[in-house]
Design a protein around this ligand. Structure first.
Ligand code: B16
Ligand code: MG
Length: 210
């Protein structure tokens, strides 16, 4: 690999929490009488919790006060955290596990760059909390993706420059963030077909060829 470090997005790359996010937003929305569907959920990938609120309320932005928005987001997070208890090391795919072990043994520095404030907890549930040299998440940043802050801080934590690192992302907002920070970016899923993606991946282990 030509990179000295790899910065992985968490949700959608190292693991899949989409269904839990969906269930939690859906339940909180139903309780509050707000419409929510999978299409809206798809637009929430890589986006911070409070920015998700703006998307959910975009048809009726005046509907809630700031306090009500925070309460709604807290309610969603409570439901989401309970669902995360269902996750365990078996939720890391063999492909992801192999990739992480291979890179680690090759001496490549490894980081997580996630918008999620639950990243630490998720990594713990997955049994991956000791593996990374740097974890930068939603608790460490002021501006979330597409702002490059999360990746710039992760690279800094690794002691590397953006051009020395590869970012791996599943969300367009994340690819935009990587590009804005001067990183090359490998896109998987939704991000694979995005024009700003440097490399398109079918599976995470494809990065081992770069
Ligand atoms: P939380 P990533 C993102 O994580 C998710 O893709 C996005 O759907 C979620 O809204 C965001 O984290 C915030 O998550 O509510 O747990 O703080 O893809 O950047 O790892
Ligand atoms: Mg993601």
């Amino acid at each position: 690999m030509k990179y000295e470090g790899v910065i992985f997005d968490l949700d959608g790359v190292l693991c899949h929490t989409d269904a839990f996010h969906y269930q939690a937003w859906k339940q909180a929305a139903e309780e509050a009488g707000i419409y929510f569907d999978e299409k809206i959920n798809d637009r929430l990938r890589g986006v911070s919790r409070m920015e998700c609120m703006e998307i959910i309320l975009e048809k009726d932005p005046e509907r809630m006060t700031e306090k009500q928005k925070r309460d709604f987001a807290d309610r969603k997070n409570g439901i989401y955290r309970k669902l995360l208890k269902n996750m365990g090391p078996e939720d890391v795919s063999e492909d992801v596990s192999f990739t992480l072990m291979y890179l680690k043994s090759a001496g490549i520095k490894l980081a997580v760059g996630s918008s999620s404030k639950n990243a630490g907890y998720i990594l713990e549930r997955l049994g991956l909390d000791d593996l990374f040299d740097q974890v930068t998440d939603g608790n460490d940043i002021r501006n979330s993706k597409p702002d490059p802050e999360v990746f710039l801080k992760a690279a800094e934590g690794l002691g590397l420059l953006p051009k020395q690192c590869l970012v791996v992302e599943d969300a367009r907002a994340g690819v935009d963030a990587a590009a804005a920070g001067g990183f090359e970016c490998a896109g998987i899923g939704d991000a694979a077909a995005y024009r700003k993606t440097t490399w398109s991946l079918k599976r995470v282990s494809d990065i081992l060829m770069l």
